[in-house]
Design a protein around this ligand. Structure first.
Ligand code: HEC
Length: 132
């Protein structure tokens, strides 16, 4: 019975996809403690170059989203996503704030520090639901 087989396959595929994309449950990759000096350096960079859009408390502004949204969990937006966002920018895709332009003038070490700062706050403050 091909029709039933197809339904079963579809159900199995959906279960896998929902599992992979479920951003709301806490049962995923734990965020490790970050290096304190790196976090402090990253906080200064964040406040100078990211907070105008992402908020000084990381919870977003009318110019950009909260980095404490569950969509920015490390299993959904890895540290490489931070590097790419800063170096090449991001098209509007998760929100309705418009695109993020590349942020010039940050070294790879700066980017590692700013990412450590965000991961530290995610770890200590937890996540907001996505979609909000
Ligand atoms: C001019 C406003 C603005 C500034 C400044 C800004 N961002 Fe963004 N950023 C955005 C917007 C808007 C989005 C959401 C794009 C979407 O998904 O719709 C975003 C998304 C992101 C993402 C998600 C990337 C992805 O793959 O979806 C990361 C990571 C990020 N920003 C990090 C940073 C960091 C770190 C800084 C500071 C170095 C920064 N942003 C500065 C506006 C900004």
């Amino acid at each position: 019975m091909p029709a039933m087989w197809n339904r079963a396959m579809l159900a199995a595929a959906c279960a896998v996809l929902v599992g992979a994309c479920n951003t709301s449950d806490a049962n995923d990759m734990a965020i490790p403690a970050q290096d304190g000096e790196l976090v402090a350096a990253g906080e200064a960079i964040y406040q100078a170059t990211c907070s105008s859009c992402h908020g000084s408390d990381l919870r977003g502004t009318d110019q950009g989203p909260s980095h404490l949204s569950a969509v920015y969990r490390p299993n959904h937006h890895s540290d490489a996503a931070f590097l790419l966002a800063i170096k090449v920018g991001v098209a509007e895709h998760h929100w309705r704030f418009g695109a993020m332009d590349p942020v010039p003038g940050l070294t790879d070490d700066d980017i590692a520090a700013v990412t450590a700062f965000v991961r530290d706050r995610q770890r200590t403050e937890g996540f907001e639901p996505y979609p909000p």
